[in-house]
Design a protein around this ligand. Structure first.
Ligand code: GLN
Length: 246
């Protein structure tokens, strides 16, 4: 019969298309996170593992999506580019939301309020961020701290690859102060004698997860996972595990 032949032919075509869809669809099983594991307590190495607040948040997001989290550790100033190029699905690196970065990537809803603070040596004449004028300031390459430090009048800004290297430079009197995010600052100060953090913050900012501009689907999924983490108290639990209350 002519008609049944046509129907058969059409069915075969549909099935072939469906099959092709299955076989060439290398079904995504991982969520790749770009980070720089030099930023305790958000991401750092412990034994052979990369752990921290961002890692746990990203793992929870991946779990919600039924995916396995894969961490790509890279230089901090490569994280945004990795997300932009699709090398990574998300950037989770204590990333501050900034206008400049928003030109290249999207950001999820913020998951924490953070701050840039000033680390000095005990006995330093620097008593507030205003005193940084004309001073030598150490920062980490590519960070918001590095960008804002450029605005300090007459200051010389020394860039280091890792926040910890900027702190080493302060200990060796190569710089007068370090501008860095508060939580890593607390960790570095606790690990070294003779350092303190100024009470007055340099800036207040938000951390969020970076996602490629065209990936609205992932943006929505990440935001809904973050909302769940917030409402269930899990985000607070993760934070409390790594940051002790003052
Ligand atoms: N919050 C800072 C920034 O986004 C520093 C982040 C980091 O060093 N991992 O630039």
């Amino acid at each position: 019969m002519k008609i049944s032949k046509i129907i058969c032919g059409a069915l075969a075509a549909v099935m072939a298309a469906a099959f092709a869809g299955c076989s060439n669809g290398s079904e995504k099983t991982t969520l790749v996170m770009a980070t720089n594991a030099e930023f305790p307590p958000y991401e750092f190495r412990e034994g052979g593992d990369i752990v921290g607040i961002d890692v746990e948040i990203a793992r929870a997001v991946a779990e919600d999506m039924g995916l396995e989290l894969v961490i790509e550790d890279m230089a901090f100033d490569s994280v945004i580019a990795a997300v932009q190029s699709g090398k990574a699905d998300i950037g989770a690196a204590g990333l501050t939301v900034s206008e400049d970065r928003l030109e290249n990537v999207n950001f999820s809803d913020p998951y924490t309020t953070a701050a840039q603070v000033v680390i000095i040596k005990d006995g330093s004449p620097v008593a507030s961020p205003n005193d940084l004028m004309g001073k030598k300031v150490g920062v980490q390459l590519g960070t918001t701290g590095a960008i804002y430090a450029e605005d300090i009048e007459d200051a010389t800004v020394e860039q280091y690859n890792k926040g910890f290297e900027a702190v080493q430079a302060l200990l060796q009197d190569k710089v007068d102060a370090v501008i860095i995010d508060r939580e890593p600052a607390k960790v570095f100060v606790s690990q070294n004698e003779g350092l303190k953090i100024l009470d007055e913050e340099f800036t207040v900012e938000d951390y969020a997860i970076a996602i490629a501009k065209d990936n609205d689907e992932l943006l929505e999924k990440v935001n809904s996972s973050l909302a769940n983490l917030k409402s269930s108290g899990k985000l607070q639990e993760i934070t409390d595990k790594y940051i002790s209350a003052e």
